[in-house]
Design a protein around this ligand. Structure first.
Ligand code: OAD
Length: 251
């Protein structure tokens, strides 16, 4: 049997925590087959965010951007939550309060059953009209298959994905809820994120400043590894179930 990749302290702290907060990034969905952004083969290695992930690019070429998000939506819908998502949902049932703050837009935490999920960067499964803000309904994106831009059936405005693009503000209230969860946390886990995109990357530091025990779970050390209490090296889909199992043995 290989040694557990985390300290005894971490499951002990989790088992007696009142509040747990978890920040997740693309790495937690990698084992579901959804590409990350900055790893080799990551999305930003293959595509230029300047052409796809900002409002100017969208207005220049709405079909291209709508089509790219439609493709990512299809991938996310077809994939399923992995053992890492499931372990975080199980963790939520073991502690009084567990908030999952995610930078992911793939909806996999919600599908795994995590109850409190703060979506910092939106959610691919939703789209809305840029003009009248009506939420898009099934069929509203059908024009894409004909090679046309998808437009709102009510006001003819362009339909955009409900995700945060570079240069845009986070959804109203999301960062406040995330900050409150970080400040209240007894244990904070930063899982599968390179921790280079702010303000999300500041949350582990906020948690630490407010007294949380902060651990990172990643296949390699991230940008904030030196600032945390513990780095758990390994795949989220393997280390998180082991961590929850260790917690259960204590509880
Ligand atoms: P990144 O692609 O920057 O980082 C993914 C992280 O996951 C890296 O640190 C990997 O080492 C780690 N990783 C890969 N596989 C893993 C696994 N199986 N288990 C654990 N860790 C693993 O993705 P994010 O940090 O999520 O924003 O990127 C943050 C934001 O940048 C995204 O939300 C997106 C992007 O631009 C917007 O689109 C607004």
């Amino acid at each position: 049997m290989t040694a557990q990749p985390f300290s005894d302290e971490l499951p002990r702290r989790l088992a007696r925590a009142e509040h747990v907060a978890v920040l997740t990034g693309a790495g937690v969905s990698a084992e579901s087959g959804i590409p990350t952004f900055r790893d080799e083969d990551g999305l930003w290695e293959q595509f230029d965010p300047k052409e796809l992930a900002n409002v100017e690019a969208f207005l220049d070429n709405p079909q291209l951007v709508q089509g790219w998000y439609d493709h990512r939506r299809d991938i996310a819908t077809e994939k399923t939550p992995n053992d890492g998502h499931e372990a975080l949902a199980a963790l939520g049932d073991l502690v009084p309060t567990c908030t999952v703050v995610t930078q992911n837009v793939d909806n996999l935490h919600q599908r795994a059953g995590s109850e409190t999920v703060v979506e910092l960067h939106g959610n691919l499964t939703r789209s809305y009209c840029m003009e009248c803000e009506r939420e898009a309904r099934p069929g509203d994106l059908d024009a894409l298959a004909e090679g046309d831009a998808a437009r709102c059936p009510e006001c003819d405005g362009l339909i955009r994905p409900d995700v945060v693009w570079f240069g845009e503000r986070l959804p109203e209230g999301a960062m406040e809820r995330a900050g409150a969860a970080a400040s209240d946390a007894d244990v904070f886990l930063s899982v599968g994120t390179s921790a280079v995109v702010y303000p999300a990357a500041g949350l582990p530091v906020t948690a630490k400043e407010h007294g949380a025990y902060v651990a990172e779970v990643n296949v390699e050390r991230s940008a904030i590894a030196d600032a945390v209490d513990e780095v758990v090296l390994g795949k989220a889909g393997e280390t998180l179930p082991a961590l929850v199992e260790a917690m259960r043995r204590i509880a």
